[in-house]
Design a protein around this ligand. Sequence first.
Ligand code: AMP
Length: 354
Amino acid sequence: MIPPGETIGILGGGQLGRMLAMAAAQLGYRAHVFSPEADAIAAEVCGDFTMAAWDDTAALRRFAADCAVVTYEFENVPVAPLAALGAVKLMPGVRALEIAQDRLAEKRFVTELGGSPAPFLAVASRDDLSHAILTIGTPGILKTRRDGYDGKGQWRIMTPADAEALDADVFDRELVYEGFIDFRAEFSVLLCRGADGDLRFWDTPENVHEGGILARSTVPGGALVQGEVNAARSLARKVAVALDYVGVLCLEFFATKAGPIFNEMAPRVHNSGHWTIEGAITSQFENHIRAICGLPLGETTLAARGVKMNNLIGDAAHDWAAILSDPSNHLHLYGKAAARPGRKMGHVTRLVLK
Ligand code: AMP
């Protein structure tokens, strides 16, 4: 067990790091954030901040010397420089990062565990894409294997002509083509696994994405989602056990007539779990800190009859007073200076109490 008073290292300085640092503080830990970005919003709520490049191994070594454990809020942290953390434990581990950083590795991994992703094929050239389209058909989505998030690095292929129209530089990166899933709903399985193997699930949010970005989560999900939760949880549990995972893990699924189709996994706290801050007995952030510090996990059951979480995205003006004039609403603002289209600025959680 890591005793309160020690320092938890957080790789990444966005809103997830900010909320992790706040949960760490609640339990008496210091947080030290490592981020390449000068305006890292997590830095405002932590004890120490290192601004350095991901591959600055000297900075990583100094950072590790200050930390009792290191975690990450961002799965695209380059893996090789993390060797500089030396004996300081990274939780969740490097294997979870390696798999989640590569859509192809991720799909192969869950397939081996008995999960069902959309039909997929690796693509490294225009010819590969033609072959994938012949095999899988259209519509489909061409995605970058690495560094894609919030719908970035994706090209929808409705007909073979869309593939022919793609610029040559699209094929400069490693890609994967996947069949388009005619889903009825989207949902995510959120779990936390403790250092002792204790594994708990939160209720399953039904998620709506707009333009590839999560717009809102509703708990409990609809009947179709509820019917697919057990199968999805069974896969998520296998993933967590296979990786000897410690911390919060999220797997996203499409609910279809044929059962849950795995979309992707995040080896970290997740936007579709923000509702747990007020909507569950213990939030995803608190349980993540408890898990990586070797503490017992908190109860994950609902703290209300239902919960709705709405993301505040982009530069739309909001009337904060109007949002807060409804006492069921909880407003979270991330303190980002510049609003840009598609940027997550905050979220509102609404508890359904009666
Ligand atoms: P991703 O970044 O892969 O999670 O994709 C973002 C969103 O795009 C998903 O949540 C879906 O709404 C949509 N999407 C991604 N892949 C597919 C697919 N194979 N079929 C249908 N919709 C998809």
